[in-house]
Design a protein around this ligand. Structure first.
Ligand code: PEP
Length: 253
């Protein structure tokens, strides 16, 4: 059965002291994370080791990287490889966040390589997809997202694709306070599942967690997560506030 997931994306926020405090407030709260759920913290690279120590193998809670390089090793100054992440016991990595696609020109092909790198080391890629506003305004979102999935994930086989988590994040809803309606989220998630089913079959598609991202907060998480094809959220801004993220975790099915 696919997992229900609350994933925090801290982006380039928090000093080590602030991050430690935030994580402590969340893990020492009354949140219960059952075996069908996962809580994931995508923290900046310098905090991966300390955040992992802080979680201390807490059941169903994990630390994630926010990015990795598409090559295995070499002369790529300033970059971080999947081997490095695996060597410090990191089990998740965000791949293809729209900010990386936009500011660092990451292509679908490069992202396919990143997905492969992660999977080769047993790291679960949290693969982000989603359309910009102009595409949505012209009703082109379904085709746009299908191409992203096709070019970055469809080289995988049916068994391997089930190791990927997908995050649908409409770019117009990220950090804007403008959330997709629950109906818009469900419509796209059901489209994504249909595209996956067409390629890999219904059983495989039903096993893949599809998260929604874009201005999720405590107040709207329940409604969004209650949609049948929404399996939780990838959360930016609201994940920086302990009370908000706790409410989001509690909204998981
Ligand atoms: C994100 O960074 O993935 C995101 C969805 O951000 P926010 O929740 O702030 O819109």
């Amino acid at each position: 059965m696919r997992k229900q997931i609350a994933a925090a994306n801290w982006k380039m926020n928090n000093t080590q002291e602030e991050g430690t405090k935030l994580l402590n407030e969340i893990i020492n709260s009354d949140v219960q994370v059952n075996d069908n759920q996962r809580v994931i913290f995508a923290v900046p690279f310098p905090y991966l080791v300390s955040a992992n120590q802080q979680l201390n193998n807490r059941a169903n809670m994990f630390v994630s990287a926010q990015n990795c390089h598409n090559k295995t090793a070499g002369a790529y100054t300033g970059e971080v490889s999947v081997d490095m992440l695996a060597s410090i016991n990191i089990q998740y990595c965000v791949v293809g966040h729209s900010e990386r696609r936009e500011y660092f020109s990451e292509s679908n092909q490069q992202l396919a390589e990143k997905v492969d790198r992660c999977l080769s080391k047993g790291i679960t890629p949290i693969f982000c997809c989603g359309e910009p506003l102009t595409i949505r305004e012209n009703d082109g979102q379904n085709d746009y997202v299908a191409v992203q999935l096709n070019e970055s994930l469809f080289h995988l086989d049916g068994e391997t694709i089930q190791k990927v988590v997908i995050a649908y994040e409409p770019i117009w809803a990220i950090g804007t306070g403008k959330t997709a309606t629950a109906a818009q989220a469900q419509e796209m998630h059901s489209h994504i599942r249909a595209v996956l089913a067409n390629q890999f079959g219904d059983t495989v598609a039903a096993n893949i967690s599809i998260l929604y991202g874009g201005s999720v907060k405590g107040a709207n998480a329940n409604e969004i997560f209650s949609q049948p094809d929404v399996d939780g959220g990838l959360v930016g801004g609201a994940s920086l506030i302990a009370t908000e993220f706790i409410q989001i975790i509690k909204a998981l099915k």
